[in-house]
Ligand binder design. Sequence first.
Ligand code: ADP
Ligand code: ASP
Ligand code: MG
Length: 412
Amino acid sequence: MALIVQKYGGTSVANPERIKNVAQRVASWKRRGHQLVVVVSAMSGETNRLIGLAKEIQASPDPRELDVMVSTGEQVTIGLLAMALKEIGLKARSYTGNQVRILTDDAYTKARILSIDDQAMRADLDDDTIVIVAGFQGVDAKGNITTLGRGGSDTTGVALAAALKADECQIYTDVDGVYTTDPRIVPEARRLNAITFEEMLEMASLGSKVLQIRSVEFAGKYKVKLRVLSSLEELGKEGPGTLITFEDDKNMEQPIISGIAFNRDEAKLTVLGVPDRPGIAYQILGEIAEANIDVDMIIQNIGHDGSTDFSFTVNRGEYPKALAILENAKAKIGARDITGDNKICKVSAVGMGMRSHPGIASKMFRALAEEGINIKMISTSEIKISVVVDEKYLELAVRALHKVFDLDQAAA
Ligand code: ADP
Ligand code: ASP
Ligand code: MG
């Protein structure tokens, strides 16, 4: 008997029919003698609908009240799934984040999990009951409802698996695993049997939303056995999905590049003609940090005649705010001008094999050049190379890189 945490995403619980299918899948695991904790998302589109409603009332919704109402999507699906399980003769019980007591900090809309009380869940499991938990939500020390950021149900799943020391955490979604790139963009993309935590962490943070980045961090930290699978495959005919492995696991396929990630949500700001002196980067970015805006790539050009240009990227949603801050600080910083571009995207190649194979960057840049794609910014780490290009080239760039690194070919 194993303790398994399963998480079903929005598409998997999109309507009553799909919820009944999920119940059948859960039942099939239960019949095999396993204990089950099941985390569900809101029905697909529901969280967006709720955020839309909030924005009709307040252009920037009050974060506390936003969390109160967007968390309701998951409250609906836990109730429905528990009913569906009871309907087929199984014992099930639903829990909101507050009822479990998934304690988080008070950072509304992007709260972090601090601790999870496993007592009630354990009592249910011992009583042969399937535990259903609302994803994406928690409660702070004062009893306020919090949410964990978009895609946060993945993190609920992995955090519960860590807290319960589950044997496996299964993330059920609308694709049958992690692919070499988003199969919606490149139909030739291949499912990976395994990917390392480090690679998955890079893929997630560089835009592959198949797993929320925090869920991968959690799984790495607490050594949770994590697998991505499809909930849409016929029962009994499921594939193996993708296992997220630790680097020291043996017998792993180890291609040079494992995947191509991309992110459309990018914008670039440039501060032109600032004095080339110590402290200037701090002065510019300090203003941005104070406004709680995350900065991603940073480039400072070589100075000429005592002045230099400074560019950085931010999340596109924060672009207007960042631009306004720089315009305001322009005189103080001593900048000649401020420019920006919010029609850019970031495309990245990720792979552990990069460490031991030189020449990956030049291969990547050549492939982009051959397609006539101009690179605006570059950043690298040990296992990834990212470029910023015009948004209009996103699909072309992803396809070109997927091909040049032979990702459409079956692994040797
Ligand atoms: P869920 O609602 O189940 O959480 P998501 O929409 O959050 O599902 O994540 C699944 C989607 O992630 C897929 O439909 C796919 O389009 C997208 N995706 C992006 N990159 C990848 C990738 N490398 N492998 C698989 N899916 C990916
Ligand atoms: N329902 C939330 C969202 O759409 C959380 C999740 O689905 O993971 O972001
Ligand atoms: Mg998701």
